[in-house]
Design a protein around this ligand. Structure first.
Ligand SMILES: [Zn+2]
Ligand SMILES: [Zn+2]
Length: 376
Protein backbone atom coordinates (compact mmCIF):
# COMPACT_ATOMS: atom_id res chain seq x y z
CA UNK A 1 0.00 0.00 0.00
CA UNK A 2 1.11 3.50 -0.76
CA UNK A 3 1.15 6.09 2.06
CA UNK A 4 -2.19 7.76 2.84
CA UNK A 5 -0.70 11.17 2.01
CA UNK A 6 -0.19 10.00 -1.61
CA UNK A 7 -3.83 8.89 -2.00
CA UNK A 8 -4.99 12.26 -0.80
CA UNK A 9 -2.52 14.13 -3.04
CA UNK A 10 -3.50 12.03 -6.10
CA UNK A 11 -7.08 13.34 -5.95
CA UNK A 12 -5.73 16.55 -7.46
CA UNK A 13 -5.39 15.29 -11.03
CA UNK A 14 -2.94 18.06 -11.86
CA UNK A 15 -0.56 16.89 -9.12
CA UNK A 16 2.39 14.77 -10.25
CA UNK A 17 4.07 14.40 -6.86
CA UNK A 18 2.79 13.98 -3.32
CA UNK A 19 2.94 17.22 -1.37
CA UNK A 20 3.30 15.16 1.83
CA UNK A 21 6.18 12.79 1.11
CA UNK A 22 7.40 13.95 -2.30
CA UNK A 23 6.91 10.58 -4.04
CA UNK A 24 5.76 10.49 -7.67
CA UNK A 25 2.04 9.73 -7.96
CA UNK A 26 1.93 6.54 -10.03
CA UNK A 27 -1.79 6.33 -10.73
CA UNK A 28 -3.51 3.17 -11.92
CA UNK A 29 -4.66 3.30 -15.57
CA UNK A 30 -8.21 3.05 -14.19
CA UNK A 31 -7.64 5.82 -11.63
CA UNK A 32 -10.81 7.66 -12.63
CA UNK A 33 -12.79 4.62 -11.39
CA UNK A 34 -10.57 3.06 -8.73
CA UNK A 35 -8.61 6.02 -7.33
CA UNK A 36 -5.74 3.55 -6.90
CA UNK A 37 -1.98 4.02 -6.91
CA UNK A 38 0.47 1.38 -8.06
CA UNK A 39 2.95 -0.32 -5.77
CA UNK A 40 6.62 -0.54 -6.77
CA UNK A 41 5.84 -3.68 -8.78
CA UNK A 42 3.03 -2.14 -10.81
CA UNK A 43 0.01 -3.57 -8.98
CA UNK A 44 -3.07 -1.53 -8.10
CA UNK A 45 -4.27 -2.83 -4.75
CA UNK A 46 -7.76 -1.45 -5.38
CA UNK A 47 -8.29 -3.13 -8.77
CA UNK A 48 -6.47 -6.37 -8.01
CA UNK A 49 -7.65 -7.93 -4.76
CA UNK A 50 -7.99 -11.67 -5.33
CA UNK A 51 -8.65 -14.19 -2.58
CA UNK A 52 -8.02 -17.86 -3.25
CA UNK A 53 -9.53 -20.46 -0.97
CA UNK A 54 -9.35 -24.21 -0.89
CA UNK A 55 -12.91 -25.41 -0.65
CA UNK A 56 -12.14 -28.34 1.61
CA UNK A 57 -15.79 -29.24 1.91
CA UNK A 58 -15.83 -29.91 -1.82
CA UNK A 59 -13.17 -32.63 -1.75
CA UNK A 60 -14.86 -35.96 -2.36
CA UNK A 61 -13.89 -39.51 -2.96
CA UNK A 62 -10.10 -39.36 -2.85
CA UNK A 63 -8.91 -42.83 -3.73
CA UNK A 64 -5.76 -44.46 -2.47
CA UNK A 65 -3.00 -43.88 -5.02
CA UNK A 66 -5.27 -41.71 -7.11
CA UNK A 67 -5.17 -38.13 -8.24
CA UNK A 68 -6.55 -35.56 -5.87
CA UNK A 69 -8.71 -32.83 -7.31
CA UNK A 70 -8.52 -29.70 -5.23
CA UNK A 71 -11.58 -27.50 -5.55
CA UNK A 72 -10.63 -23.84 -5.32
CA UNK A 73 -12.69 -20.72 -5.04
CA UNK A 74 -11.46 -17.43 -6.41
CA UNK A 75 -13.07 -14.30 -5.07
CA UNK A 76 -12.68 -10.78 -6.43
CA UNK A 77 -12.72 -8.69 -3.25
CA UNK A 78 -12.23 -5.35 -5.06
CA UNK A 79 -14.17 -2.66 -3.21
CA UNK A 80 -15.11 -0.91 -6.47
CA UNK A 81 -16.79 -2.47 -9.50
CA UNK A 82 -13.65 -3.53 -11.36
CA UNK A 83 -13.64 -7.02 -12.92
CA UNK A 84 -10.63 -9.35 -12.88
CA UNK A 85 -9.72 -11.52 -15.84
CA UNK A 86 -8.09 -14.91 -15.35
CA UNK A 87 -5.38 -15.43 -17.97
CA UNK A 88 -3.86 -18.68 -16.76
CA UNK A 89 -3.91 -21.37 -14.10
CA UNK A 90 -1.05 -23.78 -13.55
CA UNK A 91 0.14 -26.34 -11.06
CA UNK A 92 3.44 -27.99 -10.39
CA UNK A 93 4.61 -30.55 -7.95
CA UNK A 94 7.92 -30.59 -6.11
CA UNK A 95 9.36 -27.73 -8.16
CA UNK A 96 8.83 -29.63 -11.44
CA UNK A 97 7.43 -28.21 -14.67
CA UNK A 98 4.32 -26.10 -14.63
CA UNK A 99 1.26 -27.80 -16.08
CA UNK A 100 -1.64 -25.88 -17.47
CA UNK A 101 -5.01 -26.39 -15.82
CA UNK A 102 -8.36 -25.76 -17.49
CA UNK A 103 -10.09 -22.43 -17.01
CA UNK A 104 -13.85 -22.84 -17.08
CA UNK A 105 -14.39 -19.06 -17.14
CA UNK A 106 -12.25 -15.96 -17.53
CA UNK A 107 -14.05 -12.98 -16.00
CA UNK A 108 -14.82 -12.38 -12.35
CA UNK A 109 -16.78 -9.29 -11.44
CA UNK A 110 -16.17 -7.45 -8.18
CA UNK A 111 -17.74 -9.25 -5.24
CA UNK A 112 -18.15 -12.52 -7.17
CA UNK A 113 -16.71 -15.89 -6.28
CA UNK A 114 -16.23 -18.64 -8.87
CA UNK A 115 -14.88 -22.19 -8.71
CA UNK A 116 -11.65 -23.48 -10.23
CA UNK A 117 -9.99 -26.80 -9.73
CA UNK A 118 -6.50 -28.22 -10.01
CA UNK A 119 -5.30 -31.79 -9.80
CA UNK A 120 -2.48 -33.18 -7.76
CA UNK A 121 -1.26 -36.21 -9.67
CA UNK A 122 -1.10 -39.74 -8.28
CA UNK A 123 -0.50 -39.64 -4.56
CA UNK A 124 1.08 -43.06 -4.75
CA UNK A 125 3.40 -42.88 -1.80
CA UNK A 126 3.21 -41.89 1.79
CA UNK A 127 4.90 -38.67 2.70
CA UNK A 128 4.70 -35.05 1.71
CA UNK A 129 3.74 -33.90 -1.76
CA UNK A 130 4.46 -30.25 -2.50
CA UNK A 131 1.97 -28.57 -4.76
CA UNK A 132 2.17 -25.05 -6.11
CA UNK A 133 -0.70 -23.24 -7.79
CA UNK A 134 0.10 -20.43 -10.25
CA UNK A 135 -2.52 -17.90 -11.26
CA UNK A 136 -2.33 -15.05 -13.80
CA UNK A 137 -4.86 -12.26 -13.31
CA UNK A 138 -5.45 -9.18 -15.40
CA UNK A 139 -7.08 -5.82 -14.91
CA UNK A 140 -8.17 -3.91 -18.02
CA UNK A 141 -8.72 -0.30 -18.88
CA UNK A 142 -9.65 0.62 -22.46
CA UNK A 143 -6.85 -0.90 -24.57
CA UNK A 144 -4.52 -1.38 -21.66
CA UNK A 145 -4.15 -4.54 -19.59
CA UNK A 146 -1.90 -5.26 -16.62
CA UNK A 147 -1.23 -8.93 -15.97
CA UNK A 148 -0.02 -10.06 -12.56
CA UNK A 149 0.91 -13.60 -11.53
CA UNK A 150 0.60 -15.14 -8.09
CA UNK A 151 1.47 -18.46 -6.52
CA UNK A 152 0.07 -20.32 -3.55
CA UNK A 153 1.72 -23.32 -1.94
CA UNK A 154 0.23 -26.45 -0.48
CA UNK A 155 1.76 -29.54 1.03
CA UNK A 156 -0.31 -32.69 0.84
CA UNK A 157 0.86 -35.29 3.30
CA UNK A 158 -0.23 -38.87 2.79
CA UNK A 159 0.10 -40.74 6.03
CA UNK A 160 0.03 -44.43 5.23
CA UNK A 161 -3.32 -45.71 4.08
CA UNK A 162 -5.21 -44.17 6.90
CA UNK A 163 -5.08 -40.50 6.52
CA UNK A 164 -4.49 -37.73 4.04
CA UNK A 165 -3.55 -34.32 5.35
CA UNK A 166 -3.61 -31.14 3.32
CA UNK A 167 -1.33 -28.60 4.88
CA UNK A 168 -1.62 -24.97 4.17
CA UNK A 169 1.78 -23.37 3.96
CA UNK A 170 1.90 -19.72 4.81
CA UNK A 171 5.27 -18.51 3.67
CA UNK A 172 6.77 -15.16 4.49
CA UNK A 173 9.58 -14.16 2.19
CA UNK A 174 11.63 -11.40 0.71
CA UNK A 175 12.95 -7.90 1.29
CA UNK A 176 15.13 -8.79 4.24
CA UNK A 177 12.12 -9.69 6.35
CA UNK A 178 11.81 -12.95 8.19
CA UNK A 179 11.20 -16.06 6.17
CA UNK A 180 9.24 -18.94 7.55
CA UNK A 181 6.35 -21.30 7.17
CA UNK A 182 3.29 -21.88 9.28
CA UNK A 183 1.55 -25.20 8.88
CA UNK A 184 -2.19 -25.18 9.24
CA UNK A 185 -3.22 -28.72 8.43
CA UNK A 186 -6.64 -30.12 7.90
CA UNK A 187 -7.21 -33.80 7.51
CA UNK A 188 -9.06 -36.27 5.38
CA UNK A 189 -9.58 -39.64 6.94
CA UNK A 190 -10.12 -42.97 5.33
CA UNK A 191 -13.47 -44.58 5.43
CA UNK A 192 -13.62 -48.12 4.12
CA UNK A 193 -10.41 -47.72 2.14
CA UNK A 194 -11.49 -44.45 0.51
CA UNK A 195 -10.33 -41.15 1.80
CA UNK A 196 -13.55 -39.32 1.67
CA UNK A 197 -14.41 -37.95 5.04
CA UNK A 198 -13.34 -34.41 5.58
CA UNK A 199 -12.91 -33.40 9.17
CA UNK A 200 -12.55 -29.72 8.55
CA UNK A 201 -14.94 -28.43 5.96
CA UNK A 202 -14.34 -24.72 6.26
CA UNK A 203 -12.74 -23.12 3.21
CA UNK A 204 -9.09 -22.27 3.81
CA UNK A 205 -7.59 -19.09 2.48
CA UNK A 206 -4.42 -19.80 0.50
CA UNK A 207 -2.14 -16.76 0.76
CA UNK A 208 -1.14 -15.52 -2.68
CA UNK A 209 2.42 -14.37 -3.30
CA UNK A 210 3.29 -12.19 -6.28
CA UNK A 211 5.36 -14.34 -8.67
CA UNK A 212 7.73 -12.22 -10.78
CA UNK A 213 9.61 -15.24 -12.11
CA UNK A 214 6.41 -16.82 -13.36
CA UNK A 215 5.48 -13.51 -15.01
CA UNK A 216 8.75 -13.45 -16.92
CA UNK A 217 8.90 -17.17 -17.68
CA UNK A 218 5.44 -17.08 -19.27
CA UNK A 219 6.01 -13.73 -21.01
CA UNK A 220 3.20 -12.12 -19.02
CA UNK A 221 5.31 -9.13 -18.04
CA UNK A 222 8.56 -7.77 -19.44
CA UNK A 223 10.50 -9.71 -22.00
CA UNK A 224 13.34 -12.11 -21.24
CA UNK A 225 15.55 -10.33 -23.80
CA UNK A 226 14.81 -6.77 -22.64
CA UNK A 227 15.30 -4.90 -19.38
CA UNK A 228 12.28 -4.64 -17.12
CA UNK A 229 10.74 -1.18 -17.30
CA UNK A 230 9.30 -0.25 -13.90
CA UNK A 231 6.32 2.08 -13.72
CA UNK A 232 8.50 4.75 -12.08
CA UNK A 233 11.15 4.73 -14.83
CA UNK A 234 12.62 8.21 -15.38
CA UNK A 235 11.95 9.62 -18.82
CA UNK A 236 14.33 12.32 -20.03
CA UNK A 237 13.25 14.62 -22.84
CA UNK A 238 16.22 15.60 -24.96
CA UNK A 239 16.25 18.02 -27.87
CA UNK A 240 12.56 18.99 -27.61
CA UNK A 241 11.45 22.59 -27.87
CA UNK A 242 11.16 24.02 -24.32
CA UNK A 243 7.60 23.84 -22.97
CA UNK A 244 6.62 21.04 -25.37
CA UNK A 245 7.16 18.12 -22.94
CA UNK A 246 6.48 17.29 -19.29
CA UNK A 247 9.36 17.65 -16.83
CA UNK A 248 11.94 14.86 -16.81
CA UNK A 249 10.87 12.01 -14.52
CA UNK A 250 8.28 9.24 -14.23
CA UNK A 251 4.89 9.39 -15.95
CA UNK A 252 2.62 11.08 -13.38
CA UNK A 253 -0.46 11.95 -15.45
CA UNK A 254 -3.99 11.23 -14.23
CA UNK A 255 -4.19 8.00 -16.26
CA UNK A 256 -0.50 7.07 -16.40
CA UNK A 257 -0.44 7.79 -20.12
CA UNK A 258 1.36 10.42 -22.21
CA UNK A 259 -0.25 11.78 -25.36
CA UNK A 260 2.06 12.92 -28.18
CA UNK A 261 1.05 14.82 -31.31
CA UNK A 262 0.58 18.10 -33.13
CA UNK A 263 -1.90 19.66 -30.66
CA UNK A 264 -0.43 22.04 -28.12
CA UNK A 265 1.19 20.70 -24.98
CA UNK A 266 -0.66 21.02 -21.66
CA UNK A 267 1.86 23.56 -20.46
CA UNK A 268 0.64 25.76 -23.33
CA UNK A 269 -3.03 25.06 -22.64
CA UNK A 270 -3.40 22.14 -25.09
CA UNK A 271 -4.43 18.49 -24.84
CA UNK A 272 -1.07 16.80 -25.36
CA UNK A 273 1.69 15.95 -22.95
CA UNK A 274 4.25 16.21 -25.73
CA UNK A 275 3.92 18.42 -28.78
CA UNK A 276 5.42 17.07 -32.00
CA UNK A 277 6.03 19.45 -34.89
CA UNK A 278 8.26 19.25 -37.94
CA UNK A 279 10.68 21.92 -36.92
CA UNK A 280 14.44 22.20 -37.05
CA UNK A 281 15.47 22.88 -33.49
CA UNK A 282 13.65 26.05 -32.46
CA UNK A 283 13.62 27.41 -35.98
CA UNK A 284 10.54 28.05 -38.12
CA UNK A 285 7.85 25.36 -38.11
CA UNK A 286 7.53 23.36 -41.31
CA UNK A 287 3.76 23.85 -41.59
CA UNK A 288 3.25 21.49 -44.52
CA UNK A 289 4.93 18.48 -42.92
CA UNK A 290 3.51 19.34 -39.50
CA UNK A 291 -0.01 19.00 -40.93
CA UNK A 292 0.82 15.31 -41.63
CA UNK A 293 1.21 14.82 -37.88
CA UNK A 294 -2.11 14.03 -36.18
CA UNK A 295 -3.31 16.07 -33.24
CA UNK A 296 -2.76 12.95 -31.14
CA UNK A 297 -0.35 10.69 -33.01
CA UNK A 298 0.96 8.41 -30.23
CA UNK A 299 0.30 7.28 -26.69
CA UNK A 300 3.17 6.28 -24.45
CA UNK A 301 2.90 4.35 -21.19
CA UNK A 302 4.46 1.66 -19.08
CA UNK A 303 2.41 -1.53 -19.35
CA UNK A 304 3.42 -4.95 -18.01
CA UNK A 305 7.01 -3.80 -17.34
CA UNK A 306 7.43 -2.61 -20.94
CA UNK A 307 7.59 0.91 -22.37
CA UNK A 308 4.73 0.81 -24.84
CA UNK A 309 4.20 3.17 -27.76
CA UNK A 310 0.76 2.96 -29.32
CA UNK A 311 0.02 4.50 -32.70
CA UNK A 312 -3.17 6.59 -32.53
CA UNK A 313 -3.06 8.29 -35.95
CA UNK A 314 -5.08 6.91 -38.83
CA UNK A 315 -2.05 7.63 -41.01
CA UNK A 316 -0.01 5.20 -38.92
CA UNK A 317 3.60 5.89 -38.00
CA UNK A 318 7.11 4.59 -38.50
CA UNK A 319 9.08 2.58 -36.00
CA UNK A 320 12.62 1.77 -37.17
CA UNK A 321 11.47 2.63 -40.71
CA UNK A 322 8.65 0.07 -40.62
CA UNK A 323 5.15 1.39 -41.11
CA UNK A 324 2.95 0.63 -38.10
CA UNK A 325 -0.84 0.90 -38.33
CA UNK A 326 -3.20 2.73 -36.01
CA UNK A 327 -4.04 0.80 -32.85
CA UNK A 328 -0.74 -1.11 -32.84
CA UNK A 329 1.30 -1.18 -29.66
CA UNK A 330 5.07 -1.56 -29.85
CA UNK A 331 7.32 -2.33 -26.87
CA UNK A 332 10.20 0.11 -27.26
CA UNK A 333 13.78 -0.93 -26.65
CA UNK A 334 17.19 0.65 -26.59
CA UNK A 335 18.18 1.93 -30.04
CA UNK A 336 14.65 2.18 -31.45
CA UNK A 337 13.52 5.20 -33.43
CA UNK A 338 9.97 6.30 -34.07
CA UNK A 339 8.54 9.03 -36.26
CA UNK A 340 5.09 10.31 -37.21
CA UNK A 341 6.44 11.00 -40.72
CA UNK A 342 8.02 8.75 -43.35
CA UNK A 343 11.75 8.92 -43.76
CA UNK A 344 11.64 11.19 -46.83
CA UNK A 345 9.89 13.76 -44.65
CA UNK A 346 12.25 12.95 -41.82
CA UNK A 347 12.13 16.32 -40.16
CA UNK A 348 11.17 14.70 -36.93
CA UNK A 349 12.06 11.42 -35.31
CA UNK A 350 12.58 10.33 -31.73
CA UNK A 351 15.45 8.07 -30.69
CA UNK A 352 15.05 5.78 -27.69
CA UNK A 353 17.92 5.10 -25.33
CA UNK A 354 17.73 2.86 -22.26
CA UNK A 355 20.04 2.99 -19.28
CA UNK A 356 19.75 -0.21 -17.34
CA UNK A 357 21.02 -1.54 -14.09
CA UNK A 358 20.97 -5.31 -13.49
CA UNK A 359 18.25 -5.87 -16.05
CA UNK A 360 16.07 -2.96 -14.88
CA UNK A 361 15.71 0.21 -16.95
CA UNK A 362 16.35 3.22 -14.66
CA UNK A 363 16.19 5.89 -17.31
CA UNK A 364 14.83 6.16 -20.83
CA UNK A 365 16.01 9.11 -22.90
CA UNK A 366 13.70 10.18 -25.71
CA UNK A 367 15.84 12.26 -28.01
CA UNK A 368 14.14 14.40 -30.62
CA UNK A 369 16.04 14.39 -33.90
CA UNK A 370 14.84 17.29 -35.99
CA UNK A 371 16.78 16.14 -39.06
CA UNK A 372 17.69 18.58 -41.76
CA UNK A 373 15.47 20.81 -43.82
CA UNK A 374 15.31 19.60 -47.43
CA UNK A 375 17.60 21.74 -49.58
CA UNK A 376 19.35 23.20 -46.52
ZN1 LIG B 1 2.84 10.73 -0.01
ZN1 LIG C 1 -6.77 0.52 -10.11
Amino acid sequence: MQPTCCYRAALDLEAGFCDGCGKPLLRCAAFEECGGLLDERGACGVCVAPELTLDAGGVRDVKVGGALTLPLLLRNTASIGRPLFVKGLWTREAGGDWETADLPWDRLDAGETAPLSVRAQALDRAGEHQLEIGLALATRWRWREEVLAYTAGLAITVEGDEQLTVQQNITYAGDGQQTGTIYAPFRFQSEGGRRSTILDTKPKVLPLTRASRLERAFGLRGDTSLPTVPRNVRILWDGFVPGSTPSDGPIVTADGLLSLGRARARMAGGANDVRLLAQVHEGPIDQENSRSISRQHFSLCVENDRLVLRVESERGAWVNDHHVARGTSVALKDGDRFSPLPRGQGLLSVNVRFEENHGVADTVTLQRRPGTRPGA
